[in-house]
Design a binder for this molecule. Structure first.
Ligand SMILES: [Zn+2]
Length: 341
C-alpha cells in the first residue's frame, strides 16, 4: 500500500458557485487571485503510520501562484494539530461512512425494540403494525441523521479550531488552511486545503464591529467570547502543589498516609483556555479570523456555507466572507445577512 503523501493532481472541485476553481493544468502566469480560490490540496492516507503532509510540494505549488509561504513557518503547527493519533482516530470515527454505519445499527436496534414492545401489547403481526413500527424507526433514524448533519455545520473543536495557530501564522501570507476528510476504498484520507484570502478588509470590519460592541453591547460581547473556550490538559508541578497546600489543609488531610505517587505519572489538570482573550479590537479581530479560518474553509470547500444576501469581501454575491460568518454565527450580531436554510 502506498503511504506517500500526495498533492491532488487533478482538477480541484469548485468550492462554491461562483468561485474560480483551479484549472487542471495548473495556474496561469499573471492570473489574478480571488478571495476563496483554492491554491492546492495536500492529501495523506490516514490509515498509514507514520503519516505526514508533503508541505514542500505545497510550498512549490504556492510559489507558482506567486505566494511565498515557507513551509517551516507552519509545518509543526499544522502537523501537531492534525496528525496526533487521537485526532486521526477522531477523523476516522467521525467520517461519513462511520456515521452511516452507526445510523444503520441505530435503525435495526430501534426497530427491534419498538417491535418487541408492540408484541407486549398484543398488537400481533398484522402488516399495519409492522408498517407503523418501520415508520417510527425510520423517523427516529432520520432525526439522528439530521442531527449528525447539523453538527457537521458547526465549528469542530477537534479539527477546525486546532488549525488556529497555523492560520494565525499564515494570515499575513493571505492563505488560510482548512481540513476535510474522505474515504477512498477502505482508506481514510485527510485533505489539507490551501485557500487564498486577503483578510485585511475582514480585519478592518471586525475591528470596527468589536469596537462598536465594546461601546454599546459589551455584555453581549463578553458573553459570546466566554463561550469560545476549550479545555486544555496542563501539567502541574508536584512541588507547587505541596507548597500550596500548606499547614491550613492539615485538618482535611487523610488520617492514613497515602501511597507514594508513581514518579513516572505526571500530575495533570484541566484548564479552560479562552480562544479570543480581551485585547485591542484589531488584535481580537485577527484572533477571531485565525480561530475560525479553518471552520470557514471547511464550509467553503464543501459548499456548506450559508448563502448570504449580498457580499462584503468576496466576488461571489451569495457566498459570505469570513467576517460575515463570524459576525452572524459567532458574535451573533449580524443583521439578516444570511438566507434561512
Ligand atoms: Zn469580510
Amino acid at each position: 500500500m502506498a503511504c506517500e503523501p500526495q498533492m491532488d493532481p487533478g482538477p480541484l472541485p469548485t468550492p462554491a458557485p461562483g468561485w474560480g476553481a483551479l484549472p487542471g493544468v495548473g495556474p496561469a502566469w499573471g492570473q489574478e487571485l480571488h478571495n476563496g480560490q483554492v491554491l492546492t490540496v495536500l492529501r495523506t492516507d490516514n490509515t498509514c503510520t507514520p503519516i505526514s503532509f508533503d508541505l514542500g510540494a505545497a510550498e512549490e505549488q504556492l510559489q507558482t501562484w506567486g505566494v511565498q509561504v515557507p513551509a517551516d513557518q507552519y509545518r509543526s503547527l499544522a502537523e501537531s494539530a492534525l496528525l496526533e493519533p487521537q485526532v486521526r482516530r477522531y477523523i476516522i470515527y467521525n467520517s461519513r461512512p462511520m456515521r452511516l454505519a452507526f445510523a444503520v445499527v441505530f435503525y435495526v436496534v430501534v426497530w427491534a425494540n419498538i417491535y418487541s414492545t408492540s408484541q407486549m401489547f398484543a398488537l400481533g403481526n398484522h402488516w399495519v403494525g409492522v408498517l407503523l413500527v418501520t415508520l417510527a424507526a425510520v423517523t427516529l433514524t432520520l432525526t439522528l441523521v439530521l442531527i449528525f448533519e447539523r453538527h457537521q455545520r458547526k465549528a469542530n473543536t477537534n479539527t477546525d479550531l486546532r488549525l488556529a495557530a497555523a492560520n494565525r501564522a499564515l494570515l499575513r501570507h493571505r492563505v488560510l488552511l482548512g481540513v476535510t476528510d474522505s474515504v477512498e476504498g477502505c482508506r481514510s484520507v485527510i485533505q489539507l486545503w490551501f485557500v487564498y484570502f486577503d483578510l485585511e478588509n475582514c480585519v478592518q470590519f471586525l475591528s470596527d464591529h468589536i469596537q462598536e460592541m465594546k461601546t454599546n453591547q459589551e455584555s453581549l460581547l463578553r458573553s459570546r467570547l466566554s463561550q469560545l473556550c476549550v479545555v486544555m490538559e496542563t501539567g502541574v508541578s508536584p512541588v507547587a502543589t505541596e507548597t500550596a497546600e500548606g499547614p491550613e489543609s492539615l485538618e482535611e488531610a487523610p488520617l492514613l498516609p497515602s501511597s507514594p505517587r508513581p514518579q513516572e505519572r505526571p500530575l495533570m489538570q484541566n484548564e479552560l483556555h479562552q480562544l479570543v482573550p480581551e485585547a485591542e479590537p484589531e488584535e481580537m479581530a485577527r484572533q477571531l479570523l485565525a480561530v475560525f479560518g479553518g471552520y470557514y474553509i471547511r464550509l467553503l470547500v464543501t459548499s456548506q456555507l450559508p448563502p448570504a444576501v449580498g457580499t462584503r469581501h468576496t466576488d461571489s454575491p451569495r457566498t459570505p466572507c469570513p467576517c460575515q460568518l463570524i459576525e452572524a454565527h459567532i458574535l451573533g450580531t449580524g443583521c439578516c445577512p444570511f438566507l434561512a436554510r
